[in-house]
Design a protein around this ligand. Structure first.
Ligand code: FAD
Length: 145
């Protein structure tokens, strides 16, 4: 059974680029082995991440992520059983949210700044999908790579 989980969090103070790279490296190594796909977005202040895969694997990983001291204020935005993956082609990509066109943010939110804490989970997911189809994705990595 497949599930899709979306959460947001605030990056820890002075999170170094090397720490982001360490998270991506760990994710690219660990996620495919466990059948987990998804996308990680990072703005310099905020993370948003979609995880898709088996319920046990996704729940286990989310429990680890919540405990991670490199971020805080982790909030579950959306969780659902799904018939198919939407992010199946990804192991883990990175979207630089600070480079996103403000008009795209305005399409989905009250202001042109990203605030997932003030958005519904469904709207956040729609925004993420549009980001993936329009915005620059850094560190794209196809499944199985
Ligand atoms: P350990 O390596 O024992 O880590 C224990 C704790 O030490 C971590 O929780 C963290 O607080 C800290 N830590 C570990 N490495 C570092 C480091 N290089 N620098 C500073 N502190 C460190 N992991 C995945 O496998 N897949 C993902 O998709 C994924 N997404 C993540 C998204 C975000 C926003 C964050 C912050 C982390 C993500 N992680 C992901 C990492 C995950 O939270 C755990 O660190 C990882 O699962 C290993 O957990 P552990 O307790 O087994 O490892």
């Amino acid at each position: 059974m497949l599930v899709r989980l979306l959460y947001a969090s605030r990056a820890g103070d002075k999170l170094a680029a090397t720490e982001i790279d360490a998270i991506l490296t760990r994710s690219r190594a660990h996620n495919p082995q466990n059948g987990i796909t998804g996308v990680l977005c990072y703005s310099g202040e905020l993370f948003m991440q979609v995880l898709e895969g088996g319920r046990t694997e996704v729940n286990r990983l989310y429990a680890e992520i919540v405990r991670d001291t490199r971020h805080r204020d982790v909030v579950l935005l959306d969780y659902a059983e799904v018939p198919e993956r939407r992010f199946a082609g990804w192991t883990m990509g990175r979207v630089n949210l600070s480079k996103v066109n403000p008009s795209l943010l305005l399409k989905y939110s009250e202001r042109s700044t990203l605030d997932p804490y003030a958005m519904s989970g469904k709207v956040s997911l729609a925004l993420l999908e549009e980001l993936i189809s329009t915005a620059a994705i850094i560190g794209r990595s196809e499944q199985g790579e």
